[in-house]
Design a protein around this ligand. Structure first.
Ligand code: GDP
Ligand code: IMO
Ligand code: MG
Length: 435
């Protein structure tokens, strides 16, 4: 049995897509379980780049079955755009992808409400991906959401869409002064989506449990990152789902007792998109250099990512919350040319070192990172596949990250392509999957 959860250990965009694609060959099924098309998971195969938002990255491996679980919020329009993109690239999706009948739907009014609410927040805006994710989860927990299965009951669908559109229009018009939406148009559009989605829809929890009982292996593909988790992250500057490992069970219907382990993905530095505290953010030349060398622009929105040094406090907090068996350090190559590299090993607040990752935004905004400065290796690691060939200082740096997070490093990523990876042979991941 090997059912493994992959999570982002920072603020998202750690390179989860690349690692999921890499590991997919060792699994039968790859499942998404939270978030929606706010995710942008990049996979590069022989130089060709794919950006997946909703469909699990495992789809690029022929023969892998993929699941969109009930914890995901699904925008049918975004789904069909992604399906078209993959089919045009010659990827076989039909027959390899199952969508949960219980997944909640994103509707046009979710996007409209989010846009209006973000504008109304002014300087305090979250900086969301504008995909309607938050409002869709609000309707889900408010017990008024529409699920995939509801697309197949035309009468109920019509009634609910009309009712909800009326409510949302009140909000959009009176509170935010925006234009109303046409319920009839939404109903017509979603009824058609239902017909087109039908071939993908099953009870995915039943399917996954049945497969696991038969001895099949499932790789759970997390979206976003631990610090964006709605309960544990830098609230309210978070996404609206749980990005920590526990969500893999809740969002798929697979019990914790089936999970073998959790692997966290972290960059050799830190990035964040959107608003919210970011203690190690490097404004100015250093931040610009990291962004340039790491091509740090959002895979979903194209926004420049905020960049800074590795945050040992935030990533250790992640390692604890997810009880990581292993960590994968990505984008080591981006640091190749730096003369000095800083690593944050603690937060100082009002002259004292904090013992915990603080819950208050004001405190996080005010903390002073305590940095350890180490000399850079200043020689190319880009594309390396062999640990022994790494410069000694790069090895020391990796060991330091592993020591700070108290987590074993399993893989090192040295470039975007599948091949640009170092697998540490004695690591937990290698022992679990490759032997
Ligand atoms: P995800 O959301 O966690 O899947 O990550 P993204 O795809 O949003 O962002 C990661 C970016 O870094 C993508 O453009 C990847 O192609 C790229 N990438 C992943 N690993 C490496 C690496 O080791 N080195 C470099 N230079 N780029 C990488
Ligand atoms: P992947 O899976 C990085 C961020 C947004 C915003 C906040 C809330 O590619 O790592 P939302 O649209 O979810 O309501 O936005 O969360 N965010 C991400 N940042 N990577 C992601 O996904 C993200 N998904 C959402 O920028 O700050
Ligand atoms: Mg991303």
């Amino acid at each position: 049995m090997a059912n493994i959860v992959i999570i982002g250990a920072q603020w998202g965009d750690e390179g989860k897509g690349k690692i999921v694609d890499l590991l997919a060959e060792k699994f039968d099924i790859v499942a998404r379980y939270q978030g929606g098309h706010n995710a942008g998971h990049t996979v590069t195969i022989d130089g060709k780049q794919f950006i997946l938002h909703l469909i699990p990255s495992g789809i690029l491996h022929g023969g892998r079955l993929c699941v969109i679980g009930p914890g995901v919020v699904l925008d049918p329009k975004a789904f069909f755009e992604e399906l078209d993109m993959l089919e045009e690239a010659g990827i076989q999706v039909r027959g390899n992808l199952y969508i949960s009948n219980r997944a909640h739907l994103i509707l046009p009014y979710h996007r409209a409400v989010e846009k209006a609410a973000e504008e109304a927040r002014g300087a305090k805006k979250i900086g969301t991906t504008s995909r309607g994710i938050g409002p869709a989860y609000e309707d889900k927990t408010g017990r008024r959401g529409l699920r995939v299965v509801d697309l197949f009951d035309a009468e109920n669908l019509r009634e609910t869409i009309f009712e909800l559109t009326r409510e949302k229009n009140c909000l959009i018009q009176s509170l935010y002064g925006g234009p109303p939406l046409d319920a009839r148009q939404i109903y017509k559009e979603y009824l058609q989506y239902g017909q087109r989605l039908k071939e993908f829809v099953v009870d995915t929890a039943f399917f996954l449990n049945d497969q696991i009982r038969q001895g099949k292996r499932v790789l759970f593909e997390g979206a976003q990152g631990t610090l964006l988790d709605v309960d544990h992250g830098t609230y309210p500057y978070v996404t609206s789902s749980n990005a920590t490992a526990g969500a893999a069970c809740v969002g798929s219907g697979v019990a914790p007792s089936w999970i073998t382990g959790v692997i966290g993905i972290a960059k050799a530095y830190t990035t964040r998109v959107g608003g919210g505290p970011f203690p190690t953010e490097a404004n100015g030349t250093i931040g610009d250099e990291i962004r340039r060398r790491g091509a740090e622009y959002g895979a979903s929105t194209g926004r420049p990512r905020r960049c800074g040094w590795f945050d040992g406090v935030a990533t250790s907090y992640s390692a604890v919350l997810n009880n990581l068996q292993a960590i994968v350090i990505t984008k080591l190559d981006v640091l190749d040319e730096f003369e000095q590299i800083l690593v944050c090993t603690g937060y100082e607040y009002r002259g004292c070192q904090l013992k915990e990752f603080p819950p208050e935004i004001k405190v996080l905004e005010a903390v002073k990172p305590m940095y350890k400065s180490v000399p850079g290796w200043q020689s190319p690691t880009a594309g390396m596949q062999d640990y022994d060939g790494l410069p000694v200082r790069a090895k020391d740096y990796l060991k330091m990250l592993s020591d700070i997070t108290r987590t074993e490093c399993s893989f090192i990523s040295t470039g975007p392509d599948r091949e640009h990876t170092i697998v540490l042979p004695d690591s937990w991941t290698a022992r679990t999957l490759y032997q």
